[in-house]
Design a protein around this ligand. Structure first.
Ligand SMILES: Nc1ncnc2c1ncn2[C@@H]1O[C@H](COP(=O)(O)OP(=O)(O)OP(=O)(O)O)[C@@H](O)[C@H]1O
Ligand SMILES: [Mg+2]
Length: 276
């Protein structure tokens, strides 16, 4: 059975473009002919709102929360999006309870991985991307345990940069015990504006500390990327222009991701590099 590559998009810092990157990296991979599933594991439901819109919560309808609690497959929950080759595992309002309900369970870090193992349709995909909430919560640990790789978006500002080392330490604390095969795919610099000194400072610092683990792609500041989710469009659909800024940035990132996954790099993890 084909097993997709599973990649978590993580950072405990808020607003660094985790959701935007999950949606548009997913769309970029789909445009390159890959079959992609994006998963919304954030109770804020931003990925779901951005791609298919939110529907009023109905307690009679099975949701991601119910499947996770039952450690059952997600087959009946997967939804197509308006992008060919891009499907969504949506999040519903009751997902906020996942954290508390998982906490007292046995093998609580492995529930999501078990759900994926029971999802027959998973073999239809080449890539699964997981959008996470801005915290290293138990749900995020579940995402990392279920993943082959993780990507860290970091916005070109001082505070998110300092948080990067904390994130590395935090992941390292459980990685050896729970998911030793998890690898960092790299750090992607977002909200980048070449003419701003702080952006170039952060870029230089990341380059010197992370070396090749910093993706060459920069996700540039882009007003259109702010508007696209409000009409449930990816940046590709919204710009509808091969030379659009977001279209170019996310295509470049997808090509880098494909190359790095293929190389299945044996370089030190990005966080080890960050910690010197
Ligand atoms: N290229 C861009 N330039 C400027 N703003 C952007 C860009 N891409 C997305 N945004 C906006 O930045 C904000 C944060 O993006 P996003 O929701 O993806 O971050 P996040 O890390 O997922 O946030 P959270 O931690 O709350 O989940 C959103 O309002 C989004 O519309
Ligand atoms: Mg988000």
């Amino acid at each position: 059975m084909n097993k997709p590559i599973i990649i978590s998009v993580v950072n405990h810092k808020g607003g660094v473009l985790k959701t935007t990157t999950t949606a548009n990296l997913g769309a970029a991979l789909a445009a390159l002919g890959k079959r992609v599933l994006v998963c919304d594991l954030d109770p804020q439901q931003n990925l779901t709102a951005s791609l298919i819109g939110l529907t009023p919560y109905d307690s009679n309808t099975r949701t991601l929360f119910d499947a996770l609690m039952d450690e059952a497959g997600f087959d009946d929950l997967l939804r197509p999006t308006s992008t060919k080759g891009l499907d969504l595992l949506p999040c519903a309002e009751n997902f906020f309870a996942a954290e508390l309900n998982l906490a007292p369970r046995e093998a609580r870090e492995f529930a999501l991985r078990t759900c994926f193992e029971h999802t027959k349709r998973l073999s239809q995909y080449d890539f699964v991307l997981i959008d996470n909430s801005p915290s290293v919560s138990l749900v995020t640990v579940n995402a990392l345990v279920a993943s082959d790789f993780y990507i860290v978006p970091v916005s070109a500002e001082y505070l998110p940069l300092t948080g990067l080392i904390m994130l590395g330490n935090c992941i390292a604390r459980f990685q050896r015990k729970l998911c030793p095969s998890l690898k960092s795919l790299g750090v992607v610099l977002t909200m980048y504006h070449r003419s701003e000194n702080i952006c170039r400072d952060v870029e230089r610092k990341l380059q010197s500390e992370l070396g090749e683990m910093l993706f060459s792609t920069r996700i540039r500041v882009n007003t259109k990327a702010k508007t696209a989710p409000s009409v449930q469009k990816t940046i590709f659909q919204f710009e509808n222009d091969r030379e659009g800024r977001g279209t170019e940035d996310y295509t470049e990132l997808a090509n880098e991701v494909l190359a790095r996954v293929e190389a299945a790099t044996v370089q030190p993890s990005v966080m080890e590099a960050a910690n010197g």
